[in-house]
Design a protein around this ligand. Structure first.
Ligand code: SF4
Length: 442
């Protein structure tokens, strides 16, 4: 019997990348590879890259650099680069990094088994073509997270925001079929997962590429809600103007669907939004948030913002800060603008802001976000939340359980380890910036 090989995957970037890594690990385990957390002991090293910011891209190159050095003394070691950077630079990466054996994109990694065979026979390969026929395979998925299963329901994006590389590297929007999604959800539930998060770059656009006009996110949520398991459902990421009344109604009707919406606004100023090619104004964004807040009592609405977009004035940036207050956004992911080669905004060099200004605006944005989080958490005081217990830590000889509420708040409370993986009710009695604390109700 051949000796087991070890694989190490380093995953950078978004949840979609993490989900892709879970699939790669699943395929590899089917072919006898075992996962190791010690990269130095691995036979195969994979860096699953992210190209959303220059920083993530540089991080990927630094991994490849270190691993290439290891290969000087271990020539049998195989190095693969996957993800968005791989898709973007393709065989240029093979030329730049002579020790890399395999370059594969987010649409081609499904061919990993046959690619592996080739690189193990000494070939160096770049494969970034869409693996249409290999995509819906029956290989296992080696999920990384404990109780939450990430299920991609669509891939790619048609929006072409001027700062974003995603449509170029992940391609146009493609929805997975209801049957395939449902099967994957049921498989995860059978394995004991308690939370399902439906993933898509624009999750609300699911089904728009189908002929059947009834197949939309609302229907998918209703369908999954009928599954006879004790679990809950989330969906991310929502494009503001794609959230239909039917989706809001479905969230309201379906007891398993959580009251949580992640709706990136990106800027609080309508002119900047136009330059970003976002298809809404500040006011339209506000209308959507209002509609959601009027429908659900304890809803959490989170967002993403970019500080220092090309040409952004001080006044326009202040509109972003005021939007967080005005729309009472509960939490926001923040980043300074980073030009991405191949995107429209990357060409507006004469409008680029200097690094100091971007850094300073990002710091102010982060401070505003911190204040907004604390304010949002304080609203939870005295409320009773149903939480899913995910983990624990020992503190002052006590067991502190870590959990998440339906509305996506982190809740800590004292309890028994046996509660991990279970739903319990907790009364909130303390609010900090990043989490809540409370006591379990018997
Ligand atoms: S909606 Fe815009 S930001 Fe989001 S993935 Fe598509 S192009 Fe990128």
């Amino acid at each position: 019997m051949s000796q087991e090989k070890k694989v190490y995957i380093e995953t950078l970037g978004c949840q979609m990348n993490k989900s892709d890594s879970e699939r790669m690990l699943g395929m590899l385990s089917h072919f006898g590879y075992i996962e190791t957390s010690e990269p130095k002991t691995a036979d195969l090293l994979i860096i699953n890259t992210c190209s959303i910011r220059q920083l993530s891209e540089d991080k990927a190159y630094s991994y490849v650099g270190v691993w290439s050095k290891w290969k000087e003394t271990r020539p049998e070691l195989k190095i693969a680069v996957s993800g968005c950077v791989a898709q973007q630079y393709r065989d240029k990466l093979l030329k730049r990094f002579q020790k890399v054996d395999l370059v594969m994109g987010p649409r081609s990694f499904y061919r990993l088994p046959s690619l592996l065979e080739k690189i193990n026979n000494g070939e160096r390969i770049c494969d970034v073509e869409d693996a249409v026929n290999e995509k819906e395979n029956n290989y296992p998925i080696k999920r990384i997270s404990g109780y939450n299963a990430w299920i991609p329901i669509s891939e790619g994006c048609n929006n072409f925001c001027t700062y974003c590389i995603v449509p170029y590297v992940r391609g146009r929007e493609r929805s997975r079929s209801l049957e395939v999604i449902k099967k994957e959800v049921v498989d995860a539930l059978k394995q004991g997962y308690k939370e399902i998060t439906l993933l898509g770059q624009n999750v609300d656009s699911w089904g728009k590429d189908f002929d059947d006009e009834t197949l939309r996110l609302g229907k998918l949520l209703r369908e999954l809600n009928t599954l006879d398991y004790d679990f809950r459902i989330r969906f991310v990421t929502s494009y503001p103007t794609d959230i239909t009344d039917d989706v809001i109604k479905a969230v309201q009707e379906c007891d398993k669907v959580c009251e949580y919406f992640h709706i990136p606004m990106q800027s609080g100023n309508s002119e900047v939004l136009k330059a970003m090619n976002r298809r809404y104004t500040r006011e339209q964004y506000g209308e959507i948030v209002k509609k959601i807040r009027n429908t659900f009592e304890n809803v959490t609405i989170t967002s993403d913002f970019i500080a220092g977009f090309p040409g952004e004035t001080e006044e326009q940036f202040n509109d972003t800060l005021s939007a967080i207050d005005e729309f009472e956004l509960d939490y926001s992911n923040t980043a300074a603008y980073s030009p991405r080669e191949g995107t429209v905004a990357a060409k507006w060099v004469d409008k680029f802001l200097d690094e100091k200004t971007k850094k300073e605006r990002l710091a102010r944005l982060n401070e505003k976000n911190r204040q907004a989080c604390l304010k949002s958490n304080q609203k939870a005081l005295g409320k009773i939340y149903e939480v899913l217990v995910e983990d624990f830590e020992e503190k002052d000889e006590k067991i502190i359980l870590k959990s998440k509420s339906r509305n996506n708040k982190y809740v800590h409370f004292e309890g028994e380890k046996e509660l991990i993986g279970k739903f319990v009710n907790v009364k909130i009695n303390k609010a900090s910036t990043w989490h809540l604390a409370g006591e379990i109700l018997s």
